[in-house]
Design a protein around this ligand. Sequence first.
Ligand SMILES: Nc1ncnc2c1ncn2[C@@H]1O[C@H](COP(=O)(O)OP(=O)(O)OP(=O)(O)O)[C@@H](O)[C@H]1O
Length: 211
Amino acid sequence: MSATEMTLELEGIDVAFERAGARVQILDEFSLAVDAGEFVALAGRSGSGKSTAVSVAYGRRVPDLGTVRWGDLELDGSEEKVIQRIRRESIGYASQDALVFDDLTVRANVRVGGGSAERCSELLERLGLGEFEKMRGGKISGGERQRVAVARALAKDPSLVLMDEPTSSLDSHAAELVIALLREAAERGAAVLVATHDVLVKEVADRVIEL
Ligand SMILES: Nc1ncnc2c1ncn2[C@@H]1O[C@H](COP(=O)(O)OP(=O)(O)OP(=O)(O)O)[C@@H](O)[C@H]1O
C-alpha cells in the first residue's frame, strides 16, 4: 500500500468529558472514513465535538472506546514513537489555535513542519504571506498566523491533512486561498479532513459530515 492510497478510519469512537460533576458524552460510537484523494468537511454546531474528533484522528486525544486507523497502522497510543514518526512524515495538522512560534520568522515557522525550501516559498506566496516571510511570528495578525499554520501543515505535502477551523480568522479572499490548497492536496491523493463552520469550505468538500 503506498502512502497515497491510505484511508483514515475512525470506528466506534466514544469520548466523554466531565462537566459540572456530570459525564457528558461528546462522541458516541462515532465512525468516519476518509479515503485517499477525498476532502471531507466535519461540520456541526459549536461544542458538537468537531475539534475532539480531529484530535482523535491525529492521535492527540485517546478515545474512551474505539479505534483509529491510518492505513494498516492503529493509532492507539501504545506505540508513541511510531505515531510520532508517522505524524512527522505524513500528517499535516493545524489546530484551532494556529500555533506560531513568536521568536521565529514566518519562514522558519513554516520550515519547522518539513518540506522543501521551494515548497515553503510557493506556499508563502500563494497564501499572501510573501512580504511577511522575514517577520517574527509574534508580530503578525491572527489571520496571518492562521495561514502560517496552514502553510506549515502542507509544506511536506502530507498524505493525511487534518485541520481544525483553518479559515475561522480569514476573510473570504484569504479563505479561498486556503481552500484551494486543501482541494489540491486531495487532488494529489491526500486524505483531507477539516473541521469547519465555513460555508465556503463545505461547498468545496467532496462530503460534509454533520456531527
Ligand atoms: N479537555 C476537555 N475537558 C472537558 N470538556 C471538554 C474538553 N475538551 C472539549 N470539551 C468539551 O467537549 C465539547 C466539544 O468540544 P469541541 O471543541 O470538540 O467542539 P467543537 O465542535 O469543535 O466546537 P467549536 O465549533 O466551538 O470549536 C465542548 O462542550 C467542550 O467544552
